[in-house]
Write a protein that binds this ligand. Structure first.
Ligand code: B12
Ligand code: SF4
Ligand code: SF4
Length: 408
């Protein structure tokens, strides 16, 4: 078989046979779902991407060259088809450890629970490439996951893996949205699959539940407001967003956990994707002391580690603030007074303002005298003003701890 001679009838039959062989072999290659599509340009996606750029809705994590996203031929010369693969991951944790005062916990999004999916999908795609090359030695193949040029969801949708939900996610009728996506571009002209016809119907649960209103319309996301994006940034966050982050350390699953299409969908057939509770739901306080080496040892295997430890530590401070955990105050004051990173000191000031109490107020006063960074000084002042206001309003001195919703 030669990919070039695809006009002959028996060649077409052979590609259809190879496709069937691949479909049959997929589970043994570590693939849960597989779909085939033509490698035509994604022309209708172009206006969507340009519109997002105009509106400032991009995250900055996507491939910046819009043409590369639209034209598969810019990633592989003369492409004939795309193969989309999906790997399903767990949505439930067995015996999750519970938060308690002084031992409050954060949470990683499910997509970061087990081993980093980039490795898992790259390994599966490598096996698939080998499987194809063994049968078609001259095949040209380019594979990618997440960080590649193509839009993984657009490919998956065209290849019939699932439909696009109003929450933006590709929802598979079989697996729900708990799937990672990757794709191969090849010069083999596989017969295409047909897209899934199911849709969300009248449901709007994800739009209603999104904590920040980041889903500005069905399937339209302002990434700058998305909690998943915000938890992956490194700077000081606005109060509005810190309140909404709750105890999330990385990512956000709300628009998926509320989705009726995910009801009863939980995939635990891959041990490497199962969560270690001390990684997926770690104690918040010890995170503030974690060394680079310890961070790498504990979180290095997770997809949550790609931005380093700073965002996770900042989010741990936000979580402690949102839990209003008085037992955490001495440690947070230590961060405020001693941490060399202004983003952490500024967030610590906010957390103290949120927790309140005389000890927090004293720490803020001490920091106000020593702090040189303009942005951090501003956060300290805001926190002090807030606490003064609550004490003047007759609450217990400098604010009252109250229970806070958790995000498990
Ligand atoms: C940048 C990025 C983000 C950004 C922005 C997300 C976004 N919705 O745009 C941030 C950091 C916020 C993010 C968050 C998450 N992400 Co992300 N992310 C990406 C990345 C790298 C690019 C996405 C992108 O291009 N967005 C631009 C918009 C336009 O496209 P889109 O939503 O991806 O796809 C839609 C368009 O293509 C549209 N479309 C296509 N053609 C046309 C034509 C017309 C006319 C129209 C109207 C629309 C349309 O349909 C698609 C589905 O809605 C992809 C990997 C990749 N290379 O594609 C992963 C990816 C989308 N992320 C993924 C995941 C798992 C997540 C999170 C669930 C992680 C978490 N738990 O926190 C959240 C979900 C947030 C959400 N509701 O979307 C998975 C999605 C798997 C799935 N089942 O859909 C991907 C595919 C990574 C992977 N390889 O598995 N992510
Ligand atoms: S991931 Fe969270 S913040 Fe982002 S769209 Fe979904 S619910 Fe909204
Ligand atoms: S919650 Fe409802 S509207 Fe949102 S993706 Fe799921 S089915 Fe669609």
């Amino acid at each position: 078989m030669k990919p070039q001679n695809n006009s002959r009838k028996d060649d077409i039959i052979s590609w259809a046979q190879l496709k069937r062989d691949i479909q049959e072999a997929a589970p043994s290659l570590g693939i849960d779902d597989i779909g085939f599509a033509a490698a035509d340009p994604f022309l209708s996606l172009k206006e969507v991407l340009l519109d997002r750029r105009r509106k400032g809705y991009e995250s900055g994590f996507e491939e910046p060259d819009i043409d590369k996203r639209i034209y598969p031929e810019l990633s592989l010369e003369n492409p004939a088809s795309l193969i989309s693969i999906a790997v399903a991951y767990p949505s439930k944790m067995e015996n999750p450890p519970k938060s308690e005062p002084g031992r409050n916990r954060g949470i990683l999004a499910r997509s970061a629970w087990g081993r980093d999916y980039h490795h898992v999908l790259r390994e599966a795609m490598k096996k698939l490439e080998e499987f194809i090359r063994l049968r078609v030695p001259e095949a040209r193949i380019e594979s990618m996951v997440d960080t590649g040029a193509l839009n993984d969801r657009a490919v998956a949708e065209r290849a019939g893996i699932g439909f696009k939900g109003k929450n933006c996610l590709i929802i598979s009728p079989k697996w729900g949205s708990w799937i990672y996506l990757g794709e191969l571009i090849t010069n083999i002209p596989f017969p295409p699959d047909t897209p899934v016809t199911e849709d969300c119907g009248e449901c709007t649960k994800c739009l209603d539940a999104c904590p920040t209103g980041a889903l500005v319309g069905p399937g339209e996301l302002n990434a700058q407001r998305c909690v998943s994006f915000l938890t992956q940034t490194k700077g000081l966050l606005e109060e509005e967003f810190m309140l909404k982050i709750g105890n999330r350390l990385y990512g956000c699953d709300t628009c998926q956990t509320v989705c009726p299409k995910n009801r009863g969908k939980h995939w635990n057939h891959r041990p490497e994707l199962l969560p270690d509770p001390e990684v997926a739901k770690p104690l918040l306080l010890p995170l503030l002391d974690i060394s680079n080496r310890e961070f790498k040892e504990r979180f290095g295997e997770s997809a949550a580690a790609w931005r380093g430890k700073k965002p996770i530590q900042r989010n741990a401070l936000i979580g402690l603030g949102n839990f209003k955990d008085r037992l955490a105050v001495p440690k947070i004051i230590e961060v405020l007074l001693k941490d060399p990173r202004p983003e952490l000191r500024g967030t610590a000031a906010w957390a103290l303002g949120r927790i309140g109490g005389s000890e927090a107020m004293e720490g803020l006063g001490q920091a106000a005298e020593a702090e040189q960074d303009e942005a951090v000084r501003d956060r300290i002042e805001r926190a002090r003003e807030k606490l003064l206001k609550t004490s003047l309003a007759g609450d217990s001195k400098y604010g009252n701890p109250s229970p806070v919703p958790r995000t498990d």
